[in-house]
Design a protein around this ligand. Structure first.
Ligand SMILES: Cc1cc2nc3c(=O)[nH]c(=O)nc-3n(C[C@H](O)[C@H](O)[C@H](O)COP(=O)(O)OP(=O)(O)OC[C@H]3O[C@@H](n4cnc5c(N)ncnc54)[C@H](O)[C@@H]3O)c2cc1C
Length: 336
């Protein structure tokens, strides 16, 4: 049994910063995340993309932001249960919360802060029969590190910003040996500017653009070797490739949290914007996972919400103690 002051479900940027703010109030945190690493969407979806709206950082890569948040939280020695989804929550007879993961790890604390973001998210996959056989053997749904594709032949599929931006990046940075972009329509959902860049690359013969076509078959002995593409007018075509990267977006789903008795609105937990408390006393929800009037799903808003939630949590844990706001410039960081 892991005992702490605050169980934080979700080790995304907001969960990580909440550890720091809790630490300033001398409250110890333990984070649970279903992913094998901390960082949430920043690590899983766009670690190499620059973010431009983190105060004090004119530009910072999402992966660097996560590293910095980990460093900032480190003095407060957070615990981590990674690679395990939190599946149930109960009350003990001492009125503490017991949170259990899918692998049976049990955590106990007087306060729970849900920083579950989009929840447990799944990529949208193309309906190809033997797809799962090649997952991680040539098929990836997220580009985590473009270097993985160095000198490789890549087929990207999709018509949104993610597909267009990555196809452009892999060609423009001279990373992949060959890039083919397959899209089922002749028009794209991505930004006009991104579409134009792709058309220019195709005209310069630096990228193969195949429109009005879909990947319908995957072939290979143990790992991906060839894709079968069906054109709406020209029939079938087989192309040799090392990687197939369908970028059709992610399906957000709250997952197990949806059944824990919270008031839910549009796949998010309704909170009181005074302190981001939920309808269950002692449980808060911060970051992308919560809903209130004028909510903005931005990292900086999540940082504020985590800060306010731990102030309220402090008052619940220590009803007889007065908490006076102290500047870090005056007090420094008193780690654990
Ligand atoms: C491509 C892209 C670009 C973006 N650019 C910007 C930008 O420029 N600026 C900006 O401010 N925002 C940007 N965002 C949005 C930003 O990433 C999110 O607002 C931010 O990640 C929210 O942080 P979070 O900690 O609330 O949630 P998340 O980052 O989603 O992390 C939540 C974590 O909770 C975990 N989790 C969920 N349910 C469970 C469970 N039951 N058990 C265990 N773990 C669970 C998930 O695995 C996940 O790791 C962008 C998003 C995307 C996709």
């Amino acid at each position: 049994m892991i005992k702490t002051d605050i169980i934080i479900i979700g080790a995304g940027p907001v969960g990580l910063f909440t550890v720091f703010e809790a630490g300033l109030l001398k409250l110890k945190s333990h984070l649970i995340d279903s992913l094998p690493q901390a960082g949430g969407q920043c690590s899983e979806i766009y670690p190499k993309k620059p973010i431009y709206d983190i105060p004090g950082f004119p530009t910072i890569l999402a992966g660097e932001l996560v590293n910095n948040l980990m460093e900032q939280a480190a003095p407060f020695k957070p615990g981590f249960t990674l690679g395990e989804a939190a599946v149930s929550i109960e009350k003990s007879k001492d009125n503490l919360f017991i949170v259990t993961t899918e692998k049976g790890t049990v955590h106990e604390a007087p306060i729970v802060i849900i920083a579950g973001g989009l929840g447990v998210f799944e990529p949208r996959k193309p309906p190809i029969q033997n797809l799962s056989q090649f997952e991680d053997n040539g098929i990836e749904y997220i580009i985590k590190d473009p270097e993985f594709y160095r000198d490789k032949r890549c087929v990207i599929s999709g018509g949104g910003d993610s597909a267009l931006d990555w196809a452009f990046f892999l060609v423009d940075e001279k990373i992949a040996n060959k890039v083919t972009l397959v899209h089922r329509s002749s028009s794209f959902r991505g930004h006009l500017d991104s579409v134009q860049k792709i058309i220019n690359l195709a005209e310069d013969k630096k990228l193969d653009l195949i429109t009005e076509a879909e990947v319908i078959g995957i072939e290979g002995d143990g790992k991906l070797e060839r894709l079968v593409i069906e054109h709406q007018t020209k029939g079938l075509q087989t192309i040799e490739t090392d990687h197939f990267i369908p970028l059709f977006g992610l399906k957000p789903s709250l997952g197990p949290i949806a059944n824990w008795g919270f008031e839910i609105e549009k796949n998010a937990i309704v909170v009181n914007p005074k302190d981001y408390s939920t309808n269950i006393p002692g449980i808060y929800a911060v970051g992308d996972v919560n809903a209130y009037e004028n909510k903005l799903k931005l990292i900086l808003c999540g940082f504020h919400e985590g800060t306010m939630a731990v102030q309220s949590a402090f008052a619940r844990i220590h009803p007889d103690k007065k908490n006076i706001l102290k500047y870090t410039t005056v007090n420094g960081i008193q780690g654990f």
